[in-house]
Write a protein that binds this ligand. Structure first.
Ligand SMILES: [Zn+2]
Length: 56
């Protein structure tokens, strides 16, 4: 298992890799687009988790 692949699209990372901090850990992605996807996914997860603790 290689650890030099993008956490979003699974393509190989090169010099343009971007480190994104998500929930206290650092994840590397291949481009800014993937970084945005990762941040949005994390935000959605956090919102869903927060929603679970909030009665409607
Ligand atoms: Zn990517």
């Amino acid at each position: 298992m290689k650890d030099n692949t993008c956490a979003v699209c699974d393509c190989e990372l090169d010099d343009t890799r971007i480190a994104v901090k998500i929930g206290g850990r650092t994840v590397e992605v291949c481009c800014e687009e993937c970084a945005v996807v990762l941040r949005e996914a994390e935000a959605a997860t956090r919102a869903a988790t927060a929603g679970a603790h909030t009665s409607r």
